[in-house]
Design a protein around this ligand. Structure first.
Ligand code: HEM
Length: 314
C-alpha cells in the first residue's frame, strides 16, 4: 500500500533549500582491509547522526546527504545491482570549454543555518572514516545576500517550486524500483574570472544570465540571446533538476567560485543540460556563462534513500 511504499522509499534531504551554510566533501577510498567496514558504519549510523543534530538544534535547518561514486559502489557492495545510470561521469569536451571528470567515491552535502553544525557533523564523519579515505575536495559555501551566486545574480529562481513537486524531479521513481527514493547527484566546482566578469557592463552580464541583475526579472524572448545561461539550460517543464548551488571564495587568493550541485531522478536530464552548455544545441551555441566560469571538478554520485542507506550498512 501507499504508506508502506512511502516508508520504504524515505528519501534523504535532497530537496532541502540551499541554506545559509554548506560543506561539500568528496573523498576517495583507500584500498585497505578496513575501508568497507568504516564506510558501512557511516551508512548504518547516518540517519541517527542527523536525527541527533536536528533534535539538538530544531531551529537550525540542519540536513545532510551521503552519496556514492560508481566505482565505490562496485567495490563496497559487490554483488549488489547498480542504479541504472550510475557510471563514472564522462567528460564533455566542447569546442571552447570542457566539463572535466574528476575522481570521487564518497560525497557529503551538509547544510545548516550555522557553520558550527556543518563543521561538527563533518568532523564526526571524518573521525569515523579516519585512515580509510583520502580527501579529494572540501568546499565551504555560504548564502550570499538574497541567494545570489558570487557573480551577483540570484541563483535558484527557476528550481521546481513546492507546488511542482520537487521530489518528482529529484528522486528515482518506479522505473528503477530497487533504487526508488534515491537521487543522482552531480557536482561541479566552478572558478569565475571575476576581473573579466566585473569588466562587463551590467546590461551585458544580464544577457549572459538571461535575467535582470537587481530584481531577478527574466529577460523577454526578444531580449534574451540564444546563448544566455537560462536559455541553454531550459530544456522544458518536464525535464527539471533540483539545484542547491552555493558561492565560495578565498578573496586573497583571488578565488571566486560557484559549487554547482544538481539532484535528479534521471542523470540524463542533467547530462543534457551539460551537453547544451558545453557543446551547444545547435552545436557551437555554447553557454556564454562558461566564458567567465571554468569547471575544475565534475563527479556523479548516487544518494540512496534512507532505507537503502541503512541496508547498505548491514
Ligand atoms: C539558472 C547560475 C551552472 C542549470 C541559473 C540562474 C543563475 C545560474 C544565476 C538564473 C536563476 C535561476 O533560475 O536559478 C549558475 C552558475 C553556474 C551554473 C553561477 C556555474 C558557473 C549550471 C549548470 C547547470 C545549470 C552546470 C546544469 C547542469 C540551470 C538551470 C537553470 C539555471 C536548469 C534554470 C533555467 C530556466 O529554466 O530558466 N543558473 N548556474 N546551471 N541553471 Fe545555472
Amino acid at each position: 500500500d501507499t504508506e508502506t511504499n512511502h516508508i520504504a522509499h524515505f528519501p534523504q534531504g535532497v530537496t532541502e533549500r540551499p541554506g545559509e551554510n554548506a560543506i561539500f566533501i568528496v573523498y576517495t577510498l583507500k584500498d585497505l582491509p578496513g575501508t568497507a567496514d568504516a564506510v558501512k558504519d557511516v551508512c548504518a549510523n547516518f540517519s541517527a547522526l542527523i536525527r541527533s543534530m536536528t533534535n539538538r538544534y530544531p531551529q537550525e535547518q540542519f540536513s545532510a546527504v551521503m552519496g556514492f561514486g560508481a566505482q565505490a559502489w562496485g567495490r563496497l557492495f559487490p554483488g549488489r545491482p547498480k542504479p541504472a545510470e550510475l557510471e563514472p561521469f564522462e567528460e564533455i569536451r566542447g569546442p571552447k570549454h570542457t566539463a572535466v571528470s574528476t575522481p570521487g567515491d564518497l560525497f557529503f552535502h551538509i547544510r545548516a543555518r550555522r557553520m558550527a553544525l556543518c563543521f561538527e557533523f563533518a568532523s564526526i564523519l571524518d573521525r569515523k572514516l579516519d585512515g580509510t579515505v583520502e580527501p579529494e575536495d572540501e568546499t565551504h559555501g555560504f548564502r550570499f545576500h538574497d541567494g545570489r551566486a558570487i557573480i551577483g545574480f540570484v541563483d535558484g529562481t527557476e528550481n521546481p517550486a513546492v507546488d511542482e513537486n520537487p521530489r518528482s524531479f529529484a528522486l528515482i521513481g518506479d522505473e528503477d524500483p530497487s533504487f526508488a527514493g534515491g537521487s543522482y547527484v552531480f557536482v561541479q566546482k566552478y572558478i569565475h574570472d571575476m576581473k573579466a566578469w566585473n569588466a562587463l557592463p551590467v546590461e551585458e552580464q544580464e544577457k549572459v544570465i538571461g535575467r535582470r541583475k537587481f530584481d531577478d526579472v527574466e529577460l523577454s524572448d526578444e531580449e534574451k540571446p540564444a546563448d544566455a545561461h537560462n536559455a541553454v539550460t531550459n530544456i522544458g517543464d518536464e525535464l527539471k533538476i533540483v539545484r542547491a548551488n552555493m558561492p565560495f571564495a578565498n578573496t586573497s587568493k583571488g578565488e571566486y567560485g560557484t559549487y554547482f550541485i544538481g539532484y535528479a531522478g534521471t542523470f540524463s536530464t542533467t547530462r543534457t543540460m551539460l551537453e547544451r552548455m558545453f557543446v551547444g544545441e545547435p552545436e557551437g551555441n555554447t553557454d556564454r556563462l562558461l566564458d567567465f566560469s571554468t569547471a575544475v571538478t565534475g563527479t556523479l554520485f548516487f544518494a540512496p534513500s534512507f532505507d537503502l542507506l541503512g541496508e547498505l550498512g548491514e
